[in-house]
Design a protein around this ligand. Structure first.
Ligand SMILES: [Zn+2]
Length: 316
């Protein structure tokens, strides 16, 4: 796991954290907000390393005893609290609090990572709020969220907000080449389809069949603009391919999302297409994927989807 220095992009967020680490005392509660898969969780642990590192205090070395224990989830003062949508969630939060009254066991600082913080229900959030209002000594909370607007305002206002952004293709692709031994071309396509999420780019890069799948998805998009017969033939290619067709529809969704971004002038060459129709196309694609997961025949689901995309005049 990387120390602060190894986190991809996010200069602004890291600058904010480094200033806190080297300057006045770090805040007792942070809210790390931003899209999925851009380094929030990694940064939370890197912050815990920086606070407890034995060799490079305020930065983290990723190699000392403390850093390694944090990486492996074995440090007694670094608590990763996974928020689950469960009954008794508030009891789990309550159960966490008494131990925080004591000084850290072996580190300089205790770090409690709450992820995803937006998964806390109102009761749990209120339990936590009391603690955030009277923070225990040497304890730092890191609330991680990709939908921070869903957090109680009272919680948000107690936290110092650190914003993480979607990464650029130019940040993701070289990282994939360097760390995943991907060819530049494969890294470029995974990065382009990742929507700025390193996590998603990694998942895409790990699927060996990305380029073949991408080719088949492009063929689907060509069929959308073709005749009825071409659409039926294209759908027939997916007979019996339940797993592969759901993966392909995820990829199709990403490609259409890129088209939408271009149509809205948010990325790349602007396109003259109706954003509303593209939104409907995205929804239809997701519905087709769910239908196949729910055991609708992939060929039928594809036929239906291609016809719908044609009606919407969706083009790639
Ligand atoms: Zn260290």
């Amino acid at each position: 796991m990387p120390a602060l220095a190894d986190i991809v992009g996010q200069e602004q967020a890291l600058g904010q954290l480094r200033a806190a680490l080297t300057g006045a005392r770090p805040h007792h509660a942070y809210l790390f907000e931003g899209p999925e898969g851009v380094g929030k969780g990694t940064a939370a642990l890197a912050l815990a390393q920086a606070l407890n590192c034995l060799r490079r205090p305020s930065e983290g070395c990723a190699g000392c005893d403390a850093c390694l224990k944090i990486r492996d989830g074995l440090h007694p003062d670094v608590i990763s609290f996974e928020v689950l949508p469960e009954k008794g969630q508030a009891e789990r939060v309550r159960g966490l609090l008494p131990s925080l009254a004591f000084a850290p066991h072996e580190g300089r600082a205790r770090v409690v990572v709450i992820d995803p913080a937006d998964g806390l229900n109102t009761t749990s959030a209120n339990v936590l709020l009391k603690t955030l209002e009277e923070p225990p000594p040497s304890t730092h909370f890191v609330l991680v969220s990709s939908v921070a607007t869903q957090l109680l305002e009272t919680i948000r206002s107690r936290c110092q907000r650190v914003r993480f952004r979607a990464l650029a293709t130019e940040e993701i692709a070289p990282w994939l080449v360097a760390h995943q031994e991907l060819s530049p071309a494969a890294a470029q396509s995974a990065a382009e389809l990742s929507g700025g999420s390193l996590g998603r780019a990694l998942a895409l890069a790990e699927s060996d069949d990305l380029s073949e799948r991408s080719r088949r998805v492009d063929a689907l998009l060509v069929a959308v603009g073709g005749s009825d017969v071409q659409r039926l033939e294209a759908a027939a290619e997916w007979t019996g391919e339940r797993e592969e067709s759901t993966a392909a529809l995820e990829l199709l969704w990403l490609k259409l999302r890129d088209v939408l971004w271009r149509a809205e002038g948010l990325a790349g060459e602007p396109l003259a297409q109706s954003p509303r129709n593209l939104m409907l196309g995205l929804r239809a694609t997701e519905e087709a994927r769910q239908a196949i997961e729910g055991f609708v025949n992939p060929q039928l689901a594809m036929e239906h989807l291609l016809l719908r995309l044609a009606q919407l005049r969706v083009m790639a």
